[in-house]
Design a protein around this ligand. Sequence first.
Ligand code: SF4
Length: 64
Amino acid sequence: MKKKVRINKDNCIGCGLCNATVPSVFDWDDDGKMKTTVEFVPAGEEDAVDGAVADCPTSAIEVE
Ligand code: SF4
């Protein structure tokens, strides 16, 4: 089953780490914070997104 991925903008501090590690999923938004460019975690990117979730310093990435 596909997992949804989203950014909690209230928590994101715009450090850029998730974009650096998974650019196919995370990209800069106009507000200087991160946005997702996809609604669901793409096939083959599950481990990378899980790593981004674990590494985000503010726990701003939500996968469900
Ligand atoms: S790693 Fe977390 S805090 Fe940093 S840009 Fe991504 S969502 Fe924002």
